[in-house]
Design a protein around this ligand. Structure first.
Ligand code: 6GU
Length: 247
């Protein structure tokens, strides 16, 4: 998968060289290209923003640098248009479902903005020419789209074939489709068997895989009810019973 990011803070994307995403890039599973938007400006001050038409607070990102940047990046491909992901708090929610969909695309271009956002005509222009998604990572406002890009790239990259050591490790992720869909994952434990007087739930030491699976399902329900009661609505108890029978 090829990933391009256009930003006025290229150094903000340095974490893409680290950990899971960095290793995937080092192995050649990801081709990550970070671009400085200011390299597509032509004035002495490398201006990327201007005051909003109609007045109001803040600044708006000028269309010309974005247009030149995206034209050049799109032209550098093999002719197939990338999917353009525009981080914005006004976008559709970024979900595990969208992460799965985007992880199947060969090429993603992220356009994190600062200030009050990018001139609308840029969004319209590239929505006409590409598959363009405006995406939000949650119901709060950040100062820019760079942190959301780190969030989205990590969620997408770990779904690529061969990036996680164990393919099964994202089968029962919280929010993954499948029998545990819409349930949060329950608690986990490792050695030592006693720590500061606290033990391990007996069932996990029993070796009884059926009982362990049922315990995990019950803990998942408990945690989901406590932290995300609205998700229980979409849970499918019949699917869990079916899972029980398979054990
Ligand atoms: Cl994608 N960008 C910004 N600036 N704030 C956000 C966001 C994105 N998602 C949630 N808040």
């Amino acid at each position: 998968m090829r990933l391009d990011v256009v930003t006025i803070f290229p150094e903000y994307l340095a974490p893409l060289n680290v950990s899971l995403v960095g290793k995937a890039a080092a192995r050649g599973q990801l081709d990550v290209r970070i671009h400085d938007l200011r390299s597509w400006t032509h004035d002495r001050h490398n201006t990327v923003d201007d005051t909003p038409y109609g007045g109001g607070p803040g600044m708006v990102m000028k269309p010309e640098p974005w247009g030149e940047a995206l034209d050049e990046i799109i032209a550098s491909g093999d002719g197939d248009a990338p999917v353009i992901v525009v981080p914005t708090p006004s976008g559709r929610p970024f979900t595990q479902e969208l992460a799965v969909e985007l992880s199947a695309k060969p090429w993603l271009v992220f356009t994190p903005a600062r200030y009050e956002g990018i001139d609308r005509r840029v969004i319209e222009e590239y929505a006409d020419r590409c598959d363009l998604r405006e995406v939000s990572v949650g119901d709060y406002v950040l100062a820019g789209g760079e942190a959301p890009v780190l969030v989205m790239v990590e969620a997408i990259a770990r779904l690529l074939p061969g990036v996680l050591g164990n393919a099964a490790s994202h089968q029962d992720d919280s929010f993954a489709p499948g029998p545990m869909a819409n349930l949060l994952e329950g608690p986990v434990y490792t050695k030592p068997p006693e720590w500061r007087g606290r033990g391990i739930p007996e069932v996990l030491l029993s070796g009884h895989h059926g009982k362990i699976a049922r315990w995990r399902r019950d803990e998942a329900f408990r945690r989901t009810t406590a932290n995300r009661p609205e998700l229980i609505e979409g849970a499918d108890p019949a699917a869990y019973d079916k899972k029980d029978r398979e054990i």
